[in-house]
Design a protein around this ligand. Structure first.
Ligand SMILES: [Fe+2]
Length: 314
């Protein structure tokens, strides 16, 4: 099968205590491990693998790397060859190098972001178990995020210099890792510059997204909630906890998700993504948004730029 889903993201945080308060008390994650270097590992209640977020103390915010889980150990060999054949060098990772994981590989996307692949991670199980489970657990804090859903990476885009890392990443993910294109934004006088793409391997509208900007970075990582009422309540909980909200509850045109954009205490943007969006399938014709409808695609109700979407990211 190859890549199965988003496995974990390693975020840099400026103040570990403040970050833990956010990811535990507001997001509802649970700390499952801490290593000798002080990195903290957390999971959501509906996830079974040991962690989906790694927090690393640092002087700068942002993302160190993003890791996807493949279905079989042999996929790592197949994908290593395909990434190398594409012209990107790959480094092997021994079992345990990614904590509680089997062997893996790492490489940099054309945009420069570090991506990792692994097949095995220690599993702790969902909080509700697997035998006659309740639909949700009682003792989860905050917004009770179900799982880490996707990440949006900012990629260098400068058409005048002929630089478009969005298009390069998109082609690489399609050709080397078999990701499918769900939606794209095309801009420019001829409408042929791929300025943003949303790509999937699961049946959700996106497992990763790329948006063009002046420099590479992390735009946001998103956590799944069931539905619109959960999004409203999540915004209440953020207000109660003085979380800095970037964009209040809204619908995306692109992916159709119900969203809130907000920041962790270090300034890393988080999102809630709720709703099915739609059923993404390999043969689904990709959706295109034109430059004049770009903001309708991002914030459907107003169709206007909101918050610090294009200007602030880590
Ligand atoms: Fe998102």
């Amino acid at each position: 099968m190859g890549v199965m889903r988003l496995g974990h993201i390693n975020l840099r945080v400026l103040d570990m205590d403040a970050a833990l308060k956010h990811y535990e008390n507001v997001m509802g994650m649970a700390q499952t491990d801490k290593d000798e270097d002080g990195n903290v590992y957390l999971k959501c209640w509906d996830e079974w693998d040991k962690y989906s977020v790694i927090l690393s103390q640092s002087d700068t915010a942002g993302m160190n790397n993003i890791a996807y889980k493949v279905e079989r150990d042999s996929d790592l060999d197949d994908l290593k060859k395909r990434v190398e054949d594409y012209g990107i060098s790959v480094t092997d990772m021994a079992a345990g190098e990614m904590r509680s994981c089997g062997r893996g590989i790492k490489f940099n996307l054309p945009s420069g972001h570090e991506m990792r692949l692994y097949a095995e991670k220690e599993a702790l199980g969902k909080d509700v178990g697997t035998t006659n489970p309740e639909p949700w657990p009682d003792d989860v804090k905050g917004i009770k995020a179900h799982w880490l859903d996707h990440a949006l990476l900012m990629c260098e885009l400068d058409p005048e210099k002929g630089v478009n890392k969005v298009a390069e990443n998109t082609a690489f993910m399609r050709d080397a890792l078999d990701f499918y294109l769900g939606e794209q934004v095309l801009v420019g006088p001829d409408g042929d510059i791929q300025a943003a793409t949303w790509m999937f391997r699961t049946s959700t509208p996106h497992d990763i997204a790329f948006v063009g900007g002046p420099k590479m970075g992390l735009h946001h990582c998103a956590f799944f909630l069931d539905e619109w009422n959960d999004v409203l309540k999540a915004a209440d909980i953020m207000a109660k906890n003085d979380v800095k909200v970037d964009v209040t509850p809204q619908r995306h045109g692109i992916t159709r998700g119900y969203t809130i954009y907000f920041f962790d205490p270090s300034g890393n943007r988080n999102e809630t993504f709720a709703g099915l969006g739609y059923l993404a399938q390999p043969d689904m014709p990709p959706v295109t948004w034109t430059e004049d409808q770009l903001w309708r695609g991002i914030f459907y109700h107003t169709g206007e730029e909101a918050g610090a979407f294009t200007t602030v990211y880590t």
